[in-house]
Design a protein around this ligand. Structure first.
Ligand SMILES: Nc1nc2c(c(=O)[nH]1)N[C@H]1C(S)=C(S)[C@@H](COP(=O)(O)OP(=O)(O)OC[C@H]3O[C@@H](n4cnc5c(=O)[nH]c(N)nc54)[C@H](O)[C@@H]3O)O[C@H]1N2
Ligand SMILES: Nc1nc2c(c(=O)[nH]1)N[C@H]1C(S)=C(S)[C@@H](COP(=O)(O)OP(=O)(O)OC[C@H]3O[C@@H](n4cnc5c(=O)[nH]c(N)nc54)[C@H](O)[C@@H]3O)O[C@H]1N2
Ligand SMILES: [Mo]
Length: 779
């Protein structure tokens, strides 16, 4: 059975007329493209030029710098929505980075998409625009409703919009016919109201971007340590003498981490980067906040060793390190922390046996890393007293993502690198509040303990059946069992796997509701009825009945702090996310005893209820106003493991076979430097030396030669799903790159077309966005 879904017709993906020549989605499509090996340090002058371009484009040359000075500051500043890396605790004068600035100025554009715009363009016409062009129209100004008679969006009052949501939800056969999606930007307060609305309505259908992001980390760490979060804080990062940084493009996606890496390098710590690509952060670096203070121009090292596993080879690599450690322990008992293992852990013997049984031949073959390199890494691990292992999507978006995260825990636990200073696991979260979303209840599989506390604090009876995640929500919409799709932020149509299936799914609903700041593809791929509800951005002043409000977020290291917008909203008709949720909830649940209107008048009241419902949020309102906010208590940090055995659990996962079969390659999709998930700022990828090209595939030269493919040749890529179906994109360009043989890499969201809906991990339910089997042929 073979179904080839080729290019999605041009009207949908903004690639112009359907044809065999793929086009980019960014602003520069059609121009000259190039790639050179850029050895320039990460950040620095190039970053400054790049920021200037974006500031110029968003007409923010005047207002931008002022806002930037307010970013990530303890008093009166707002939290940078760019990423979840913790803020500098010394209140660094400019704790900002190039990409954070781009992200913030993108929100602050002076351009506006008003009712005249919607009156002038049909949805069908807009569907032919690039994604860049859609977002580039500027900020959404007022609520809009889709009018099928004209194929246009028309203005609608907030009350009528809420009533449409409420009436449609009340008209469903049951609450499970609705799904409530969250992108990780939503504040803790809005998150809490959102899940309360969904649960009071009667469903746990709370899919979120985590389902595509760090679900594997949360599940694996919960099983191993009894917590879904990392145990390190930024102090630990300052004390570690070995940092193993895996599966992240830090210079582009967590640039403020470079400050920590540079500091570690200066004090002589070892920094090992594990990535099939040698990314910019492993080279010389100008730390992010220094690029504005040009006087301080100097490059700092941010890496001491690069290890290049094959895509999916991390588990075998880590097991190899464990094997070398155990071999050393035969002659030097101090190689393992026997006391820690004995006192605090379970299953070590089973794990030891699995490690011993894995042969070096198998480990090197599956990891793609020579034994000598693995032993070199193990020597550094053995020499280090305090080790931190950090990781991001290259580990999680794999079939065996949970097992790999468990292997990270195994390795740390062997040498007692847990629950002590300068040591432990750090998952690097993506969206700025994705961790807070989970803490505050966005979870389609909530625990009984969590629900019981919610019930008690809010006087409701939350449903107990588990709900739908991202993939099963798409399935439900396709089958017709999910009829209403509500989205708090994000761009679900493009972010989700299997673009064709996702588009069809969204179009098969009775109602889609998008709460957004800017026009995007998800507004054009809509249900039979559709609403666009524009909200305030994080940089904007949020005034409610009791005065100006702040909202809180939680960073990657469990620090919760408050954020105040300070800019005038671009339109008086915008509402805050909390207010929009209040309106929708009241319209859905007219008799609800929840004091929605009382809550929204003063967010302190929401926080008072959250303090009762959430473990670790006692005295929330006071503690969140401390200079740096507060850290949610982490039992695993104190060696208290809330697992069923009360111990940290070793786990002997079988080694997965990640070798592509003959003729096939393993594809991993990723971000460019000039992109924020589905938002594309330009078609360049500076640190990888690419200009003006996104429809590309990074390939090993040997794989290109084998297929008779030359540099920049046009190629077609076909993916092979587990159910036997295939999906293709045409007219991509091959770019020779330093990537292990058998591995190829290209950009999301364009390549989501290749990621079949049925291809998700049996361990984490995450779509296999970095684990696609493909064939590449020259056109
Ligand atoms: N500027 C900017 N910042 C962002 C984002 C953005 O789009 N733009 N997105 C945010 C979000 S939501 C997230 S989740 C994070 C994402 O941050 P990243 O995880 O850095 O995101 P990707 O670009 O997908 O990059 C994945 C990295 O994993 C590597 N990789 C791929 N396969 C493997 C593998 O099998 N093993 C190993 N070891 N590495 C592998 C790739 O080479 C690449 O360096 O960034 C956040 N921050
Ligand atoms: N192939 C492939 N696919 C992937 C990934 C991958 O690596 N490969 N990564 C996955 C990951 S890690 C993630 S997190 C998802 C991301 O999935 P999403 O979070 O759904 O997508 P984003 O592109 O981050 O959403 C951008 C939109 O959010 C809206 N927005 C911005 N700011 C605000 C705000 O303050 N409030 C509200 N209400 N809306 C706002 C804007 O309208 C903007 O268009 O994509 C996933 N998809
Ligand atoms: Mo993410």
């Amino acid at each position: 059975m073979t179904s080839t879904s080729g290019l999605i017709p041009g009207d949908d993906l903004g690639r112009g007329a359907p044809g065999r020549e793929a086009q980019g989605r960014g602003p520069n499509r059609g121009g000259e493209f190039s790639q050179e090996d850029d050895e320039a340090p990460a950040a620095g002058w190039g970053a400054a030029i790049s920021v200037t371009k974006v500031l110029g484009r968003t007409r923010e040359l005047v207002r931008g710098p002022h806002a930037i000075l307010k970013m990530n500051h303890e008093n009166g500043g707002f939290d940078c929505p760019g990423c979840a890396w913790p803020d500098d605790r010394n209140n660094l004068h400019l704790d900002v980075c190039e990409n954070g600035i781009k992200h913030v100025t993108w929100e602050m554009t002076r351009k506006k998409v008003g009712r005249e715009f919607f009156a002038a363009h049909t949805v069908t016409e807009l569907s032919g625009w690039t994604d860049f062009a859609l977002e580039d129209q500027g900020r959404l100004m007022e609520p809009m409703v889709y009018d099928p008679a004209n194929d246009k969006y028309l203005p609608i009052s907030w009350d009528s919009a809420f009533e449409l949501v409420g009436a449609t939800l009340r008209g469903l056969d049951g609450p499970h016919q609705a799904a409530f999606y969250t992108s990780g930007r939503l504040s803790n307060e809005a998150t809490f109201l959102y899940q309360l609305w969904a649960r009071e309505f009667g469903t746990n259908n709370l899919p979120d971007c985590s389902n595509m992001c760090h679900e594997a980390s949360g599940r694996a760490m919960t099983d191993a340590l009894g917590t879904g979060k990392g145990t390190c804080d930024i102090d630990d990062w300052e004390k570690a003498d070995l940092l193993i940084v895996m599966a992240v493009n830090a210079a582009s996606n967590a640039p403020r981490m470079l400050t920590a890496l540079a500091d570690a390098h200066r004090r002589g710590a070892q920094i090992v980067h594990v990535n099939p690509l040698v990314e910019a952060a492993s080279r010389r670096t100008i730390v992010p906040h220094e690029f504005l203070a040009m006087a301080a121009f100097h490059a700092t090292g941010t890496g001491t060793m690069d290890v290049q596993p094959r895509i999916g080879g991390d588990l075998a690599l880590l097991r190899g390190v464990a094997k070398a450690v155990l071999e050393r322990a035969e002659t030097d008992p101090s190689a393992v922390d026997a006391l820690f293992i004995e006192r605090y852990t379970a299953n070590f013997e089973t794990y030891r046996k699995a490690v011993e049984e894995a042969s070096w031949e198998e480990l090197t073959l599956q990891s793609g890393v020579p034994e000598k390199t693995i032993r070199d890494l193990a020597d550094r691990y053995l020499a280090a007293d305090r080790t931190i292992i950090a990781w991001c999507l290259g580990v999680t978006q794999q079939e065996h993502g949970c097992d790999t995260v468990r292997e990270i825990m195994n390795l740390l636990m062997m040498r007692g690198n847990l629950g002590r200073e300068g040591a432990g696991p750090t998952p690097i979260r993506g969206h700025s509040n994705v961790q807070g979303n989970r803490t505050c209840g966005i979870d389609h599989r909530p625990t009984e303990e969590w629900l019981a506390r919610l019930d008690a604090a809010c006087d409701i009876r939350a449903p107990r059946e588990h709900g739908l995640d991202t993939v099963t929500t798409i399935r439900g919409m396709l089958e017709g069992s999910v009829r209403v799709f509500v989205s708090m932020g994000g761009n679900f149509a493009l972010a989700a796997p299997d673009t064709e299936a996702t588009f069809a799914a969204l179009r098969n609903t009775d109602l889609t509701v998008q709460v957004s700041t800017k026009l995007n593809r998800s507004h054009l791929v809509h249900g039979r009825a559709a609403l666009i509800l524009p909200c305030l951005g994080r940089t904007e002043r949020d005034v409610q009945a009791s005065g100006e409000q702040g909202v809180t977020v939680e960073d990657s290291m469990s620090m919760v702090h408050i954020s105040y917008g300070m800019r005038k909203p671009p339109s008086p008709a915008l509402m805050s996310e909390c207010a929009i949720l209040t309106g929708m909830a009241r319209a859905t649940l007219p008799d609800s005893a929840t004091p929605w209107e009382y809550y929204v008048a003063d967010y302190d009241r929401i926080r008072d209820t959250m303090a009762k419902a959430l473990v670790g949020f006692e005295d929330f309102n006071r503690r969140v106003r401390l200079p740096l906010g507060f850290r949610i208590r982490q039992p695993a940090r104190e060696r208290v493991f809330l697992t069923p055995s009360g111990r940290a659990e070793f786990h002997a996962a079988p080694l997965p076979d990640v070798l592509p079969r003959a003729g096939k390659l393993m594809l991993s999709t990723m971000r460019s430097h000039d992109q924020w998930n589905t938002t594309i700022y330009s078609d360049d990828d500076r640190y990888r030396g690419v200009k003006n090209l996104r429809t590309l595939l990074f390939m090993n030269r040997a794989d290109m030669a084998e297929r008779g493919i030359g540099e920049f040749d046009l190629i077609d890529i076909t993916s092979f799903a587990r159910d036997g179906s295939t999906r293709s994109v045409y007219g991509y360009r091959a770019v020779a790159y330093n990537i292990p043989p058998g591995c190829v890499s290209g950009y999301m969201p364009e390549l989501n077309v290749l990621c079949a809906l049925g291809d998700y991990s049996g361990q984490s339910d995450q779509p296999l966005m970095k684990h696609q089997i493909v064939e590449v042929v020259k056109q």
